[in-house]
Design a protein around this ligand. Structure first.
Ligand code: FES
Ligand code: FES
Length: 201
Protein backbone atom coordinates (compact mmCIF):
# COMPACT_ATOMS: atom_id res chain seq x y z
CA UNK A 1 0.00 0.00 0.00
CA UNK A 2 1.34 3.47 -0.85
CA UNK A 3 2.40 5.78 1.97
CA UNK A 4 1.91 8.94 -0.08
CA UNK A 5 -0.32 11.43 1.68
CA UNK A 6 -3.25 13.00 -0.21
CA UNK A 7 -3.00 16.07 2.02
CA UNK A 8 -1.25 18.27 -0.55
CA UNK A 9 -3.86 17.79 -3.25
CA UNK A 10 -6.60 18.53 -0.75
CA UNK A 11 -5.39 22.11 -0.15
CA UNK A 12 -8.11 24.56 -1.24
CA UNK A 13 -7.15 27.20 -3.80
CA UNK A 14 -7.02 30.73 -2.59
CA UNK A 15 -10.16 32.58 -3.66
CA UNK A 16 -9.46 34.84 -6.62
CA UNK A 17 -10.01 38.45 -5.78
CA UNK A 18 -10.85 40.61 -8.77
CA UNK A 19 -10.47 44.34 -8.44
CA UNK A 20 -12.34 46.75 -10.63
CA UNK A 21 -11.61 50.28 -11.69
CA UNK A 22 -14.16 52.99 -12.36
CA UNK A 23 -13.81 54.51 -15.82
CA UNK A 24 -15.61 57.18 -17.77
CA UNK A 25 -15.28 57.61 -21.50
CA UNK A 26 -17.22 59.04 -24.38
CA UNK A 27 -17.89 56.56 -27.15
CA UNK A 28 -19.51 57.68 -30.38
CA UNK A 29 -20.77 60.81 -28.67
CA UNK A 30 -22.26 59.13 -25.60
CA UNK A 31 -20.65 59.21 -22.17
CA UNK A 32 -20.34 55.90 -20.30
CA UNK A 33 -19.44 55.20 -16.68
CA UNK A 34 -18.42 51.67 -15.84
CA UNK A 35 -16.43 49.47 -13.54
CA UNK A 36 -13.96 47.26 -15.37
CA UNK A 37 -11.17 44.90 -14.51
CA UNK A 38 -7.81 46.59 -15.09
CA UNK A 39 -6.90 43.89 -17.60
CA UNK A 40 -9.95 44.39 -19.83
CA UNK A 41 -9.01 45.36 -23.36
CA UNK A 42 -10.70 48.33 -24.96
CA UNK A 43 -12.02 46.18 -27.81
CA UNK A 44 -13.69 43.84 -25.35
CA UNK A 45 -15.17 46.75 -23.44
CA UNK A 46 -16.59 48.20 -26.65
CA UNK A 47 -18.03 44.92 -27.87
CA UNK A 48 -19.11 43.18 -24.68
CA UNK A 49 -20.17 46.08 -22.47
CA UNK A 50 -21.36 48.63 -25.00
CA UNK A 51 -22.47 46.30 -27.79
CA UNK A 52 -20.28 48.07 -30.34
CA UNK A 53 -19.82 44.91 -32.36
CA UNK A 54 -18.93 46.86 -35.50
CA UNK A 55 -15.43 46.86 -34.06
CA UNK A 56 -14.13 43.35 -34.60
CA UNK A 57 -11.30 41.12 -33.46
CA UNK A 58 -9.38 39.55 -36.31
CA UNK A 59 -6.27 38.22 -34.61
CA UNK A 60 -4.64 37.73 -31.25
CA UNK A 61 -1.31 39.23 -32.23
CA UNK A 62 -2.13 42.96 -32.73
CA UNK A 63 -1.31 42.58 -36.42
CA UNK A 64 -4.52 42.73 -38.42
CA UNK A 65 -5.92 46.16 -37.59
CA UNK A 66 -9.54 44.98 -37.75
CA UNK A 67 -10.12 46.42 -34.28
CA UNK A 68 -8.98 49.95 -35.16
CA UNK A 69 -10.87 52.81 -33.53
CA UNK A 70 -10.07 56.45 -32.89
CA UNK A 71 -8.86 57.51 -29.46
CA UNK A 72 -9.06 61.28 -29.20
CA UNK A 73 -9.12 61.42 -32.99
CA UNK A 74 -6.16 59.16 -33.68
CA UNK A 75 -6.34 55.55 -34.79
CA UNK A 76 -5.37 52.85 -32.32
CA UNK A 77 -5.70 49.10 -32.37
CA UNK A 78 -8.22 48.65 -29.60
CA UNK A 79 -6.93 45.15 -28.86
CA UNK A 80 -3.68 46.70 -27.74
CA UNK A 81 -5.22 49.33 -25.48
CA UNK A 82 -6.67 48.68 -22.04
CA UNK A 83 -10.10 50.06 -21.30
CA UNK A 84 -8.65 51.87 -18.30
CA UNK A 85 -6.22 53.65 -20.62
CA UNK A 86 -9.19 55.19 -22.40
CA UNK A 87 -10.54 56.54 -19.13
CA UNK A 88 -11.30 60.22 -19.57
CA UNK A 89 -10.87 60.06 -23.33
CA UNK A 90 -13.05 60.07 -26.42
CA UNK A 91 -13.43 56.98 -28.55
CA UNK A 92 -14.98 56.82 -31.99
CA UNK A 93 -15.88 53.53 -33.60
CA UNK A 94 -17.05 52.84 -37.11
CA UNK A 95 -20.57 52.98 -35.71
CA UNK A 96 -20.13 56.62 -34.81
CA UNK A 97 -19.16 57.89 -38.26
CA UNK A 98 -22.52 58.33 -39.97
CA UNK A 99 -24.28 61.56 -39.12
CA UNK A 100 -28.01 62.15 -39.47
CA UNK A 101 -28.37 59.03 -41.58
CA UNK A 102 -25.64 60.05 -44.01
CA UNK A 103 -22.55 57.88 -44.36
CA UNK A 104 -19.14 59.39 -43.73
CA UNK A 105 -17.43 60.16 -47.06
CA UNK A 106 -15.00 57.32 -46.40
CA UNK A 107 -17.85 54.87 -45.87
CA UNK A 108 -19.54 56.13 -49.02
CA UNK A 109 -16.33 55.76 -51.00
CA UNK A 110 -15.83 52.19 -49.78
CA UNK A 111 -19.39 51.42 -50.80
CA UNK A 112 -19.13 52.95 -54.26
CA UNK A 113 -15.70 51.50 -55.00
CA UNK A 114 -16.69 47.99 -53.90
CA UNK A 115 -13.85 48.12 -51.41
CA UNK A 116 -14.91 45.06 -49.48
CA UNK A 117 -15.48 41.41 -50.03
CA UNK A 118 -16.29 39.63 -46.76
CA UNK A 119 -16.12 43.00 -45.01
CA UNK A 120 -14.31 41.79 -41.92
CA UNK A 121 -11.39 44.17 -42.31
CA UNK A 122 -13.61 47.07 -43.40
CA UNK A 123 -14.29 48.79 -40.05
CA UNK A 124 -10.60 48.92 -39.24
CA UNK A 125 -9.65 49.94 -42.76
CA UNK A 126 -12.13 52.81 -42.70
CA UNK A 127 -11.00 54.07 -39.30
CA UNK A 128 -7.34 53.88 -40.29
CA UNK A 129 -8.01 55.55 -43.63
CA UNK A 130 -9.79 58.47 -41.99
CA UNK A 131 -6.83 58.99 -39.67
CA UNK A 132 -4.55 58.81 -42.68
CA UNK A 133 -6.46 61.58 -44.45
CA UNK A 134 -6.54 63.67 -41.28
CA UNK A 135 -2.74 63.53 -41.31
CA UNK A 136 -2.39 63.88 -45.07
CA UNK A 137 -5.49 65.13 -46.90
CA UNK A 138 -3.90 64.70 -50.31
CA UNK A 139 -2.09 61.37 -50.32
CA UNK A 140 -0.87 59.71 -53.47
CA UNK A 141 -1.32 56.00 -53.99
CA UNK A 142 1.99 55.16 -52.37
CA UNK A 143 1.10 57.15 -49.25
CA UNK A 144 -2.23 55.36 -49.00
CA UNK A 145 -0.62 51.96 -49.30
CA UNK A 146 1.97 52.83 -46.67
CA UNK A 147 -0.67 54.36 -44.41
CA UNK A 148 -2.67 51.14 -44.47
CA UNK A 149 0.25 48.80 -43.92
CA UNK A 150 -0.97 47.93 -40.44
CA UNK A 151 -4.33 46.73 -41.69
CA UNK A 152 -4.66 43.34 -43.32
CA UNK A 153 -7.36 42.21 -45.73
CA UNK A 154 -7.55 38.45 -45.85
CA UNK A 155 -9.67 38.69 -48.98
CA UNK A 156 -6.75 40.62 -50.51
CA UNK A 157 -9.00 43.28 -51.98
CA UNK A 158 -6.39 45.97 -51.57
CA UNK A 159 -6.69 47.59 -54.98
CA UNK A 160 -10.27 48.71 -54.46
CA UNK A 161 -9.53 49.74 -50.89
CA UNK A 162 -6.75 52.04 -52.08
CA UNK A 163 -9.01 53.42 -54.80
CA UNK A 164 -11.71 54.10 -52.22
CA UNK A 165 -9.32 56.02 -49.99
CA UNK A 166 -8.13 58.12 -52.94
CA UNK A 167 -11.76 58.69 -53.90
CA UNK A 168 -12.61 59.75 -50.35
CA UNK A 169 -9.64 62.10 -50.30
CA UNK A 170 -11.01 63.74 -53.42
CA UNK A 171 -14.50 64.00 -51.93
CA UNK A 172 -13.20 65.46 -48.69
CA UNK A 173 -10.96 68.03 -50.37
CA UNK A 174 -13.12 68.76 -53.39
CA UNK A 175 -10.75 67.15 -55.89
CA UNK A 176 -11.69 64.66 -58.53
CA UNK A 177 -10.17 61.24 -57.85
CA UNK A 178 -8.78 61.25 -61.39
CA UNK A 179 -6.66 64.25 -60.41
CA UNK A 180 -4.56 62.06 -58.15
CA UNK A 181 -1.27 61.30 -59.83
CA UNK A 182 -0.54 57.58 -59.96
CA UNK A 183 2.83 56.56 -58.60
CA UNK A 184 5.25 53.90 -59.69
CA UNK A 185 3.73 51.67 -57.02
CA UNK A 186 0.44 51.79 -58.90
CA UNK A 187 2.08 49.68 -61.58
CA UNK A 188 4.85 47.93 -59.70
CA UNK A 189 4.56 47.81 -55.91
CA UNK A 190 7.74 48.83 -54.10
CA UNK A 191 7.56 45.88 -51.79
CA UNK A 192 5.24 43.09 -50.82
CA UNK A 193 3.36 45.19 -48.27
CA UNK A 194 -0.10 43.98 -47.35
CA UNK A 195 -1.75 46.72 -49.36
CA UNK A 196 0.37 46.20 -52.47
CA UNK A 197 -2.21 44.69 -54.75
CA UNK A 198 -4.10 41.42 -54.53
CA UNK A 199 -7.09 39.62 -55.92
CA UNK A 200 -8.83 42.94 -56.39
CA UNK A 201 -6.40 43.91 -59.12
FE1 FES B 1 -6.52 44.05 -33.07
FE2 FES B 1 -6.01 42.15 -34.90
S1 FES B 1 -7.69 42.30 -33.52
S2 FES B 1 -4.89 43.97 -34.48
FE1 FES C 1 -12.51 40.25 -46.34
FE2 FES C 1 -10.94 42.40 -46.15
S1 FES C 1 -12.80 42.19 -47.30
S2 FES C 1 -10.85 40.59 -45.00
Amino acid sequence: MSDRSPAVAAQPCAREVRSVVAIRMTVDGTQYDDDVEPRMLLVHYLRERLGKVGTVVGCDTSNCGACTVHLDGHSVKSCSVLAVQADGHEVTTVEGLAKDGALHPMQQAFHENHALQCGFCTPGMIMQAIDLLNENPNPDERAVREGLEGNLCRCTGYQNIVQAVLDAAGRMTGRAESDVEPTAEAVSPRHAAPVAGGAGG
